[in-house]
Design a protein around this ligand. Structure first.
Ligand SMILES: Nc1ncnc2c1ncn2[C@@H]1O[C@H](COP(=O)(O)OP(=O)(O)O)[C@@H](O)[C@H]1O
Ligand SMILES: [Mg+2]
Length: 319
């Protein structure tokens, strides 16, 4: 990368709250009211059971957010082989498929099926039409897990074939009949993180079939193959890049002030800690080769610029 937007902040230890707040939503209002949680309440709220069904490890908890690391993100120490969900998927694939069960409900992919491997583990196999769709699944999963959003790990086995962790639960479309019913999950900490992912990646396909509900909670976001990979707008100072099409995600509204005079969503201040965003910026830069190797420099620049814009508005503890 030749020019980096804004100052580069080195990685450091952080103890911030990140997404550890409650969000309350008043119907009819576009914005949400955020309330910081006391650290103890925070620990309780984030003391969740592992959601990964495939070889869960403590590291997975860290990737998805946990009491010790509420905002999640890449673990500080290297992952042992046994705790790496992508390695577990690869081991399953290597053992061969014992049985398959179609997963219906999607409209785009060629094949989506739940598979049981000969080694006993289970996963979802998805075959898409174009290699770019598989690239988007791989890279958006990586991005989501980097910021601690609940999205399945993905293992690619061919230009259009991926395997991913099975997310427990059923699509939200089977649970809710209206947006009002879904609102508590959309504004839950998990929902707000999915919103962040959609905003950063410019995900254009977060419909009610593409997030799952398990035991009353949002258990994971899936189907990241329809992404707007436009570069960030170049006429603006980096750091003030406009939100992109991901702003239309049902999970995104709470990060924006609503439509401005040009009918474009505007960033607004939010309670994320800038220290958390600095860490994500660092992790994103460390993973840049994943994007450039596949030819997605423009998309990467957009993701980074939107993350930097979010940092500009972060009013958390260390701001
Ligand atoms: N990782 C997963 N875990 C659990 N169920 C999944 C997963 N991926 C897909 N599904 C199921 O398969 C359906 C279709 O998958 P999806 O990726 O949305 O395909 P499409 O691109 O065709 O919409 C989903 O609505 C969901 O029910
Ligand atoms: Mg779908």
């Amino acid at each position: 990368m030749t020019s980096r937007p804004g100052p580069r902040t080195p990685p450091r230890t952080w103890t911030s709250s990140g997404l550890a707040y409650t969000a309350t939503y008043t119907p009819g209002r576009k914005d949400a009211h955020f309330e910081q949680l006391h650290p103890r309440a925070r620990a309780g709220r984030f003391a969740r059971k592992p959601w990964h069904t495939l070889h869960h490890s403590e590291d997975d908890d860290q990737a998805a957010g946990s009491p010790s690391n509420p905002t999640g993100g890449a673990p500080a120490r290297p992952r042992p082989d046994t705790g790496d969900p992508a390695a577990a998927l690869a081991a399953g694939v290597a053992s061969g498929i014992a049985s398959r069960e179609p997963l219906t409900g999607g409209k785009m992919a060629e094949t989506v099926e739940r598979v049981t491997f000969n080694n006993g583990s289970i996963a979802v196999r998805k075959v898409v039409h174009e290699p770019v769709e598989a690239d988007m699944e791989v890279l958006t999963s990586w991005l989501g897990r980097t910021i601690g959003a609940r999205v399945p790990a993905v293992h690619q086995t061919g230009p259009t074939e991926i395997y991913m962790e099975l997310v427990p639960g059923v699509p939200a479309a089977q649970v809710f009949t209206s947006r009002a019913e879904a609102e508590p999950l959309i504004t839950s900490p998990e929902g707000l993180k999915i919103g962040l992912l959609d905003i950063l990646a410019n995900n254009r396909d977060r419909n009610y079939g593409n997030w799952l509900v398990h035991q009353g909670r949002l258990s994971g976001g899936i189907d990241h193959s329809v992404i707007d990979r436009s570069p960030p707008d170049k006429d603006r100072r980096t750091g003030q890049t406009r939100p992109g099409s991901g702003a239309k995600s049902m999970f995104a509204a709470y990060w924006f002030a609503g439509l401005n005079a040009s009918f474009v969503a505007d960033w607004k201040d939010h309670p994320l800690d800038p220290a958390d965003i600095d860490r994500w910026l660092h992790d994103l830069d460390a993973g840049q080769a994943r994007f450039t190797d596949r030819g997605y420099d423009d998309w990467f620049a957009g993701i980074r610029a939107r993350l930097y814009a979010l940092r500009d508005h972060a009013k958390g503890p260390s701001s």
